[in-house]
Design a protein around this ligand. Structure first.
Ligand code: ZN
Ligand code: ZN
Length: 209
């Protein structure tokens, strides 16, 4: 089973994940939203090699470390096709450049629903969960689910940014996440209500579901 290591990075407090295969020491970094020196130091402490930089979605707070991390590691950037397309639009680019965060360099590996991202002997399953952004995705390996800004501990992702849809977000969570086993661990994209939860706990106590 994949190893999940969580660190909090950047001015927006993004939960960044180093996911690694214990047998091969191959790894991916999910959402390097800043503090790239800290991410690289953690990667070195863990003794793993970064193969992929994976964006749960294209928002600048989650991808602003992509360029520096790619330069340092040579890893390939992975994003869902709908966010690749959405975040290329000039009106979207200019909206988010107001935040002063760096956009991602071009995506190397475009994925969609049903794809898997292979890290050593482990596979991350891509679950397309539109709503927070058009191409938001969650990543599943066994009992570990990385939810990005789709599902937080006791909360949901915002849907008031361009491309957001509350109807889509609730559909995504109900149809694709809440159907997973109750002991599936939820690893959110920000630690607003806590840094980890389970699907069962969110079903019972998340007031927005
Ligand atoms: Zn976001
Ligand atoms: Zn975010």
């Amino acid at each position: 089973m994949i190893q999940v290591h969580q660190i909090t990075v950047g001015s927006m407090g993004v939960c960044c994940y180093i996911v690694s295969c214990p047998e091969t020491k191959q790894a991916g970094v999910v959402d390097p939203g800043g503090d790239v020196d800290h991410i690289i130091a953690t990667v070195n402490d863990l003794g793993v090699d970064i193969k992929y930089i994976i964006a749960t979605h294209g928002h600048p707070d989650h991808v602003c470390g992509n360029r520096a991390l790619k330069e340092a590691t040579g890893a390939q950037i992975v994003m869902h096709k709908d966010d690749v397309e959405f975040f290329e639009k000039p009106e979207v680019t200019s909206y988010f450049s107001m935040l002063g965060l760096e956009a991602s360099p071009p995506t190397d590996v475009v994925v969609e629903e049903g794809d898997t991202i292979t890290i050593g002997n482990c596979e991350l399953q891509v679950i397309h969960t539109p709503g927070h952004t058009p191409g938001g995705m969650c990543l599943l390996n066994g009992k570990n689910l990385i939810t990005g800004d789709t599902l937080f501990v006791g909360g949901l992702g915002r849907t008031d940014f361009p491309g957001g849809s509350q109807i889509d977000l609730l559909d995504s969570i109900r149809q694709k996440l809440l159907v997973l086993p109750e002991d599936t661990v939820v690893w959110p994209g920000h630690g607003y209500g806590g840094n980890r939860s389970t699907i069962g706990e969110e079903k019972r106590s998340n007031p927005f579901l």
